[in-house]
Write a protein that binds this ligand. Structure first.
Ligand code: BGC
Length: 388
């Protein structure tokens, strides 16, 4: 049922590619990466906005209290944008911000959250590295009465999680699967077509939603033989990529191409759950594959992947406007800090093992070479120079 609703929503998303789902007024886009602090920069003390640093004059700087924002890594472009957008918007709303990146190291993230708790953070916003590894530290947060918002990735098996804010992860997967279905015209074409699959980190709950959404579209064609996975690797575990690392994706594809596609056999499509894995696939194809580029999906509209889309080396991506997610999370933070309930729009989909976590799902948007200018440049997300 839910799937039907999602696929109806999907069609709307694909037609109205500019209708971003959850944003309010958009702030100017912060410069990416360069702005963000070093991965384990010392917290709190210097996190408060300097006077006259451009924060909304109406909002008394920092008076709302200290908010801890824990991000997984600076390695992937999107988290730099998530972090800087959140920091800017929280400061504008009058909060102090302790923003930390954990270099994809679980223990570093745990220590950063412990520090946030002992430094007096009033609320924690956490994009986890491994959704299952924060139980102990979050029990401390709960003990101290600190609410927790899981950001983008659900934190599993902890009853300390108050809310979840993300993009509709299942829908991301269906957008990717339906793109492949339509690009190969699987309904009508005779086939068979060769496809390979790659997804993300097994410790990231989102990866299963992306892969599940896409496979709900593609599996019937695999079952009927219209799609053939020559490597035989079709389970989530076989297709997973530790830490979503580009290098790991590339070496897995080096092996897949060497064993299955080095004799001129055509690879028609690759389902990649996000841009960092799609980049690994594209790198591997460039090094090892001589045929036409296959249909290749992605997610995030990372700069390297948008460049690849423009160059015809990646077919599509899914745009998740981190400004909109930040806006939504700031609304949630504000509501909670003022003693109210955070706004949510999904109370069914995300059970973290302790019960369903009330969630706000933003709408992901289909992106390709035909709409990226409108979506990414005209909206101020990137400059034209970023994509050169
Ligand atoms: C996010 C994706 C991202 C991936 C790797 C997922 O949890 O939802 O947008 O590509 O992590 O960082």
């Amino acid at each position: 049922m839910k799937r039907k609703v999602l696929s109806a929503l999907l069609s709307v998303a694909m037609i109205a590619t500019l209708l971003v789902g959850c944003g309010g007024d958009k702030p100017a886009q912060d410069a990416p990466a360069a702005d963000a602090p070093a991965e384990s920069e010392a917290p709190a003390a210097d996190a408060a906005p300097a006077e006259g640093d451009g924060a909304d004059a109406a909002a008394p700087a920092g008076e709302g209290g200290l908010i801890g924002v824990a991000m997984p890594t600076k390695d992937l472009q999107r988290w730099n944008q998530d972090g800087s957008n959140m920091e800017a918007q929280l400061k504008e709303a009058g909060y102090e911000v302790d923003l930390q990146y954990a270099a994809n190291d679980i223990q570093t993230q745990v220590s950063q959250i412990e520090n946030m708790i002992s430094n007096g953070c009033k609320l924690l916003v956490i994009a986890s590295i491994d959704g299952d590894s924060l139980g102990t530290v979050l029990a401390q947060a709960k003990e101290a009465g600190i609410p927790v918002i899981a950001y983008d990735r659900l934190i599993m098996n902890s009853d300390a999680v108050s809310y979840y804010a993300t993009f509709d992860n299942y829908m991301v997967g269906t957008v990717q699967g339906e793109y492949i279905r339509d690009a190969l015209d699987l309904e009508n074409a005779e086939g068979p077509f060769n496809i390979e699959l790659i997804t993300g980190d097994p410790g990231d709950n989102n990866a299963r939603f992306f892969f599940g959404g896409a496979m709900d579209v593609l599996q019937p064609y695999i079952d009927s033989g219209k799609l053939v996975v020559k490597s035989g690797q079709t389970s989530f575990e076989e297709c997973a990529t530790a830490n979503w690392a580009t290098e790991a994706a590339q070496s897995r594809f080096d092996a897949i191409i060497a064993s299955n596609y080095s004799d001129g056999t055509k690879l028609d499509a690759v389902l990649a759950s996000n841009d960092s894995t799609a980049l690994g696939v594209a790198n591997s194809l460039a090094a090892n594959y001589t045929g036409d580029y296959p249909v290749l999906t992605g997610q995030d509209c990372d700069i390297a992947s948008v460049k690849n889309m423009i160059a015809g080396k990646q077919s599509m991506s899914v745009f998740k406007d981190t400004r909109d997610l930040a806006t939504q999370v700031v609304k949630m933070v504000d509501a909670i800090m003022k003693g109210g309930e955070a706004p949510v729009n999904d109370t069914e989909s995300y059970d973290n093992g302790t019960g369903v976590i009330p969630s706000y799902l933003c709408e992901p948007v289909f992106a390709d070479v035909n709409n990226y200018e409108k979506l990414l440049i005209e909206s101020g997300y990137y400059t034209e120079a970023d994509l050169k």
